[in-house]
Ligand binder design. Structure first.
Ligand code: GLN
Length: 307
């Protein structure tokens, strides 16, 4: 299969759609993104990579970070983690509060904000300190992407903290239900910083390879997690990775994937490749509009959906 040729076709087909959707502005720093930016990278298990667009341009990974923190927490706590956070789709927006009240502070899954806050809290408990936690999140991203200079954009983190009242509300509610060990503000701050990490599509596609390869990084041969854990993470990405549009993403794209409000989406073809696409304007569910379209074109043209 000529992956580069398929990507070139996709580039041509998505061009008329660039700019459709709305760039996230509830974190003002993210509103500075160029709505016409686009990049897509495919990295295969044998280490070959294919790109279109601005694949060297870094962007805010936002909720894509939740996949890596979930992976770290699952490695540390194994099944015990599920006592604190479930694995069911929520059917609600990523920052919803209502369900959390009904369900007594146990978030539906690790990819909605409530669940990601619990996961980050579990990491802070493990490392005993929020700064060491962030250092470990960064080293995990550096190691899986084979890129030593991945960092947090402090302006994005600050911008989110200045406006993140909803995440504070979520953390306070979870604390009230005794499902948070640490100070809620510390947890929200750590979470906002992990979301403010910047990477490009090449780095992100590479960093998903261990999930496409039963937990083992095919480049370094390092086993990050067990094959069962990789299977579970991919399953949760498929069912919950796009919030209340997860069904639609499975329907149109048919791959485990995770979006972020920065405009990035990672996706995995098990046993074959990692993919990342970037286009800042979002659809009504907070997922990249053109990014979703590009992934749909990719699975249609290659036949590489999991179904
Ligand atoms: N940092 C963002 C928030 O908590 C992440 C949301 C997202 O990417 N969906 O609101």
């Amino acid at each position: 299969m000529d992956i580069q040729k398929i990507l070139n076709e996709i580039y041509k087909e998505i061009k008329p759609h660039l700019g459709k959707g709305r760039v996230a502005d509830y974190i003002p720093e993210l509103a500075k993104a160029n709505p016409k930016d686009f990049a897509m990278s495919v990295v295969t298990l044998d280490g070959k990579s294919y790109h279109i667009g601005e694949h060297k341009k870094r962007f805010s990974i936002q909720s894509i970070s939740k996949v890596y923190t979930f992976t770290m927490a699952l490695k540390m706590y194994s099944k015990k983690l599920y006592q604190r956070v479930g694995v069911e789709p929520s059917g609600t927006p990523f920052n919803s509060l209502v369900q959390l009240e009904y369900e007594k502070g146990k978030p539906r899954n690790p990819f909605i904000n409530a669940g990601a806050l619990v996961v980050t809290d579990s990491l802070i408990t493990h490392y005993k300190d929020e700064f060491i936690t962030l250092e470990n999140i960064l080293s995990f991203l550096r190691s899986t992407s084979h890129t030593p200079d991945i960092n947090i954009n402090p302006y994005v983190a600050k911008s989110e903290m200045e406006h993140g009242y909803r995440n504070r509300a979520l953390a306070n509610l979870i604390k009230d239900f005794k499902n948070l060990d640490n100070d809620p503000l510390t947890v929200v701050e750590t979470y906002s910083k992990q979301c403010a990490v910047e990477m490009n599509t090449d780095e992100l596609a590479t960093s998903t390879l261990f999930l496409a390869n039963r937990g083992v990084d095919p480049i370094s041969q390092k086993a990050y997690i067990t094959p069962t854990q990789a299977k579970r993470i991919n399953a949760v990405m498929l069912t919950c990775g796009h919030y209340d549009a997860s069904g639609e993403f499975a329907f149109h794209v048919g791959l485990p994937g995770k979006s972020g409000v920065g405009g990035g989406i990672i996706a995995i073809v098990p046993g074959k490749m990692g993919i990342c696409v970037y286009s800042p304007p979002l659809n009504e569910y907070g997922n990249s509009y053109v990014g979703t379209l590009a992934l749909e074109l990719f699975t249609t043209k290659t036949g590489l959906s999991i179904f």
